[in-house]
Design a protein around this ligand. Sequence first.
Ligand SMILES: *Cc1c(COP(=O)(O)O)cnc(C)c1O
Length: 451
Amino acid sequence: MADKKIFLPESEMPTHWYNIAADLRNPPPPPLHPATHEPIGPEALAPLFPMELIKQEVSAERYIPIPEEVREIYKVWRPSPLIRATALEKALGTPAKIYYKYEGVSPSGSHKPNTAVPQAYYNKLEGVKRIATETGAGQWGSSLAYACQQFGIESKVYMVRVSYEQKPYRRSLMQLWGGAVVPSPSSDTQAGRDILAQDPQSSGSLGIAISEAVEDAAMREDTKYSLGSVLNHVLLHQTVIGQEAIKQMEMAGDYPDVVVGCAGGGSNAAGLMFPFLKDKLAGKTTTRFLAVEPASCPSLTKGQYRYDFGDVAGLTPLMKMYTLGHTFMPPGIHAGGLRYHAMAPMLCHLYAEGDIEARSYPQNPCFEAATLFARTEGIVPAPESSHAIRGAIDEALAAKEEGRSRVILFNLSGHGFLDLSAYDDYLAGRLIDDHYPEEKVAEAMKELPAI
Ligand SMILES: *Cc1c(COP(=O)(O)O)cnc(C)c1O
């Protein structure tokens, strides 16, 4: 009988992160200065990030060594298991094989500590005492609080207000790991005060929270900023996922025909996909790559490929991304980690080049998929991850329709034990039927810089 779970020994944990910048057919468009619209150099990022992370952000090296101290902490949850979804396959009656890489085994229950730990480490090395950041659903804030705690650094987390209210236990986790948390928009920053003056009831957004955290870090000598997704160095750190999965798929005797990931800022999808994409870009494989996003925040499938800001206040450099407009405020759906107006520039570049496909779903069909998954495989998925499950299930059903096998690999980016109120709403039929908010996007697109 074939193994259901494929474990790698710790000795097989990756020793390097994989940098896809070394293998691209064409270079991605450079980030631009927000005022001059000229390409910016790495020094422009120095007030916000430690130098080692900036070097990684612009590196062209194919492999970047993972520091021993980081690998030591990675061992708490890495290598993560690869699991064959045998019970789900059976329930679907599909000839497809479905595998998933399970990142919910980390301390915070998602893939995010894969980058939080090295980010805290490099800050510590350069003498930083305090890190400010934003969080949507609270996954990133709790991961960063955990990582900072490992290295004796203070953390300050601006948490999107709707999640602060919907997910009180993520707040508890951050506090348990020594972090300070405020709902965003907050009165602690000028960006927050400006939004509150316009709309005291603002439910917040990732873009607003980013503005607050960036401002906090820019105003204080002892503080740097940290981002849980979108940037090249974050995607880089997440490639431990895909590198492990390559070895584990080999142990299982399979190779994926399609690799699926949910996409908010793009980091868990990229982390699983990029090591496999390396072989596709080299012409060795024909694997498909599918990014799945929510219908109410569909940056890849409905956005325009334009230069835009990463935050609402327009403090960040301009990056070329598929964007819905930096002032776009997505509806308060339960997959809080997918409510970002744009997508990682590196993932966008590969999407524009035709190497990655994208699809969007409303939240109800995603929760339906997550419920089937919980009833068959047992694990309760994060609402974000339910998008990848929906995508994987539809790939498996398409294989059934064709009467052909297909090897599907998806990233189960986190567990949903702190999202049970969302499942309550789904089971009671209270989840809003979300859809593409065309008019709000059209409004936000008017605010885009004319480049
Ligand atoms: C944050 C989060 C996401 C979305 O972020 P990406 O950068 O797109 O990966 C997805 N799943 C989980 C469980 C998350 O916590």
